[in-house]
Design a protein around this ligand. Structure first.
Ligand code: GLV
Ligand code: GLV
Length: 325
């Protein structure tokens, strides 16, 4: 019989065609609701492949029950929802969707930066609420983007794509990363600085680092206090990198000027979340890679990753490649 593959959410049907030829594919038939934990555990027991969302926790408990599992394909570049060490120990391939989403996520990150600095959401709301009485010199005046300093934490593919956009705005580009990115330095004029220098010198502090043991809870009150009072903080990676109570405190005390957030510690957030009550916060529902073209490309790549592993070929995008001989 064909190997069983469980897909934890409705994904574009076309992306499953090749997979369905070689596997028995079952799709959790919901667009927005994650599969209940108990059902996921049950499906994982017989699955050879799991096609997962960042909302699914693929942890030790699940992996211990998944005796047949060979591949987990996450529909995301991030994979902090998966216990990769444990999966590696069990010889399970963990795959993600890098590269196909870099430019799209960089576009959204820059849009969020611009929306926050130029108060776009507030201004659009203002006009819709009939508040526009007349032109006024400082009406909804924001802060400039061009010629300012952008500090990018995480100079990978997405960080580089954001830096590229920043060159068009003639920004000074600082970055901090685990390792130097020589290409970004040479081609984009980016300058490597320490984390402290990044947060102290930047007008825009842009977080694109993956969530790891090193970056979890990295942005605390102390960090926000060291930023310029005019600084704007942008987060388009993972909410867990930020201590949200500290960000709220820093915004309320005007230690920083504003924040643009595509991600939160606990997603989804609800309308009573304190960040939503602040006028200098632009909040988005984790849509970094959400263009139709890119979501289709991600879905196709996730599907190919599973096909490849089941066939015994090297998948295009594997996180724990060292498990393959
Ligand atoms: C989305 O957040 C992703 O990791 O692709
Ligand atoms: C993700 O692809 C990154 O390297 O930023």
């Amino acid at each position: 019989s064909k190997p069983f593959v469980f897909v934890t959410r409705q994904v574009p049907e076309v992306s499953l065609t090749a997979l369905k030829e070689m596997a028995e594919v079952e799709v959790w038939p919901e667009k927005e609701t994650p599969v209940p934990r108990e059902i996921l555990l049950k499906k994982a027991e017989k699955a050879v492949g799991l096609y997962t969302m960042l909302t699914d926790s693929i942890d030790e408990e699940l992996l211990n029950r998944a005796a047949n599992l060979k591949v987990i394909a996450n529909l995301a570049v991030g994979f902090d929802n998966i216990d990769v060490d444990m999966a590696s120990e069990k010889g399970i391939a963990v795959c993600n969707t890098p590269e196909v989403l870099s430019d799209t996520t960089a576009d959204l990150t820059f849009a969020l930066l611009m929306a926050t600095s130029r108060r776009i959401v507030e201004a659009a709301q203002y006009i819709k609420e009939g508040k526009w009485n007349n032109w006024a010199p400082l009406l909804l005046a924001g802060t400039d983007i061009h010629h300012k300093t952008i500090g990018i934490l995480g100079m990978g593919r997405i960080g580089s794509a954001v830096a590229k956009r920043a060159t068009g705005f003639e920004m000074e580009i600082l970055y901090h990363n685990r390792s130097h990115n020589e290409k970004a330095e040479k081609e984009l004029g980016a300058t490597f600085v320490s984390f402290d220098e990044l947060i102290e010198r930047s007008d825009y502090v842009v977080c694109l680092a993956p969530m790891t043991d090193d970056t979890k809870d990295l942005f605390t009150y102390d960090v926000f206090e060291k930023m310029k009072r005019s600084a704007i903080f942008i987060n388009a990676s993972r909410g867990g990198i930020v201590v949200e109570e500290d960000l709220i405190k820093a915004l309320k005390e005007e230690k920083i000027a504003g924040a643009g957030l595509d991600v939160f510690r606990q997603e989804p957030i609800t309308t009573d979340h304190p960040l939503l009550s602040l006028s200098n916060v632009v909040a988005l529902p984790h849509i970094g890679s959400a263009s139709i073209e890119t979501r289709l490309a991600m879905a196709a790549l996730a599907s190919r990753n599973i096909v490849n592993v089941i066939k015994g070929d090297r998948p295009e995008a594997i996180v724990n490649g060292d498990i393959l001989k």
